[in-house]
Design a protein around this ligand. Structure first.
Ligand code: SAM
Ligand code: SF4
Length: 420
């Protein structure tokens, strides 16, 4: 009971803080800053096309049309040349969507260009279950190191309600498809979502059994995130969203998956330590996003690219960059962010915090640490702060609210386009 109250209060305050800090209104015509530092960043490429729209998804996406997609990929490559001219270099490339493999030839051309322009060491790419046939994956061998496949659920009833059963096949068919391509690329990850309305603990246990039998190298299990537009679509298709059982589901998931995946990174699980997991927003302090509706985060500032496909192509053609808005974060919000991200991953180093901000954490966030200790969420071990079992759930709730804050930005931009 007490934990439920603490969780609700945490959600409430997190939503308040993300609204306070994570809004992005300032227009800018300047584009990204030039890169003066001799360091490598992460590069994110957004492919905003889908053949169907899922009720829970708030990413920037449009109905796939081959002509528009061909123009889009050409603009992407132009934007990449502009980023190169600004002096940036990258070691990690993450490609997300939408559906990155919707036009594999264009995607391959784009990855090849990235490898020519930058010192890319690994490439991670998302896919839906329709683009993982062996011949497609064969073409990616040597080009893509990690593929994360959106399964979302192994329950046919849920897949039907999401409209994914018709489009991507039954749980069995998806299982077979993944099973036959596992091992072709160095890493395969399966993306799942939990806490769909009407999901039951027995249902989750069954889905986890299927996942364990498939045994991909990695898996990410996200709690359902419901920004404003998503929540009405979810209600229409799946029923009323509730967090009542979220913690119980979380405990079942962590207990089951920790046996199979020794390495846990927030909501991502991996068979091996120190291998890529593409949660770039969480892991990488600074990144550049190219494509329509992508974000870049550089030097405490978030930059937002144009969401409309037409305007995106126009802006890139005119000046190489499609950045339209920016927001520089105040120092206090950066400290909150560091606290949240590190403890979402299970551990915060006091020394690292002090080096980054020039003050000890006990001085600047003493009230927050006191409250988290009182809530039974953290343990102070002297040099480090770690989470308790309840704390790891609580920081997942915070991260969910943060991601929903990003979704609100996307919703706002997409509303202006009249697409939602
Ligand atoms: C942008 S999607 C692209 C995946 C791919 N197009 C597909 O449908 O399989 C990347 C992943 O984000 C996760 N995701 C998207 N919307 C979400 C939401 N509202 N709540 C939780 N996870 C979500 C899903 O697991 C999804 O596979
Ligand atoms: S989940 Fe994937 S297929 Fe569904 S709308 Fe989002 S990006 Fe498109």
């Amino acid at each position: 009971m007490q934990q439920k109250i603490i969780t609700r209060a945490t959600s409430y305050f997190m939503a308040h803080y993300t609204k306070k800090y994570l809004h992005i209104e300032k227009q800018t015509h300047r584009g990204l800053p030039t890169c003066s530092e001799n360091k490598k960043y992460l590069l994110y490429i957004h492919i905003p096309f889908c053949t169907m729209f899922c009720p829970y998804c708030s990413f920037n996406k449009f109905k796939y049309m081959i002509e528009e997609a061909t123009v889009y990929f050409a603009s992407l490559r132009e934007e990449l040349l502009h980023v190169k001219a600004l002096g940036y270099d990258f070691d990690h490339l993450v490609i997300g969507g939408g559906t990155p493999l919707i036009n594999e030839d264009e995607l391959i051309k784009t990855i090849e260009l990235c490898k020519k322009l930058f010192s890319i060491e690994d490439v991670s790419c998302e896919s839906d279950p329709n683009h993982i046939q062996k011949p497609t994956i064969q073409k990616l061998v040597g080009l893509v190191d990690r593929i994360s496949i959106g399964v979302q659920s192994f329950d046919d009833a849920i897949l039907k309600k999401l409209g994914r059963y018709e489009k991507f096949g039954s749980s069995n068919q998806i299982y077979e498809k993944i099973d036959s391509m596992l091992g072709m690329l160095p890493l395969t990850s399966v993306d799942m979502i939990f806490n769909f309305p009407n999901q039951t603990p027995e249902g989750i246990v069954k889905e986890l059994e299927i996942l364990q039998s498939l045994s991909p190298e990695q898996t990410s299990i996200y709690p359902l995130m419901t920004s404003s537009t998503v929540s009405s679509n979810v209600k229409k298709t799946l029923g009323e969203y509730s967090v009542t059982q979220e913690y119980d589901f979380y405990k079942i998931i962590t207990k089951t998956l920790q046996k199979m995946y020794p390495s846990q990174h927030g909501w991502s699980y991996s068979k091996e330590n120190d291998v890529i997991i593409d949660e770039y927003i969480i892991d990488n302090k600074e990144y550049v996003g190219v494509g329509s509706g992508s974000f870049s985060f550089l030097n405490d500032t978030l930059y937002l690219n144009e969401f409309s496909l037409e305007r995106y192509a126009e802006l890139v053609a005119k000046k190489g960059s499609a950045v339209t808005k920016m927001r520089t974060f105040p120092r206090q919000s950066q400290m909150y962010y560091r606290l949240m991200v590190d403890l979402f991953n299970g551990k915060l180093s006091k020394r690292r915090f002090a080096t980054e901000f020039g003050v000890p954490i006990s001085q600047n966030l003493s009230k927050e640490l006191w409250l988290l200790k009182l809530a039974g969420a953290i343990k102070d071990n002297g040099e480090t702060i770690t989470t308790t079992e309840f704390g790891s759930y609580l920081f997942m709730v915070m991260m969910k609210e943060f991601y929903m804050g990003m979704d609100y930005i996307r919703d706002g931009e997409r509303k202006k386009l009249g697409v939602i």
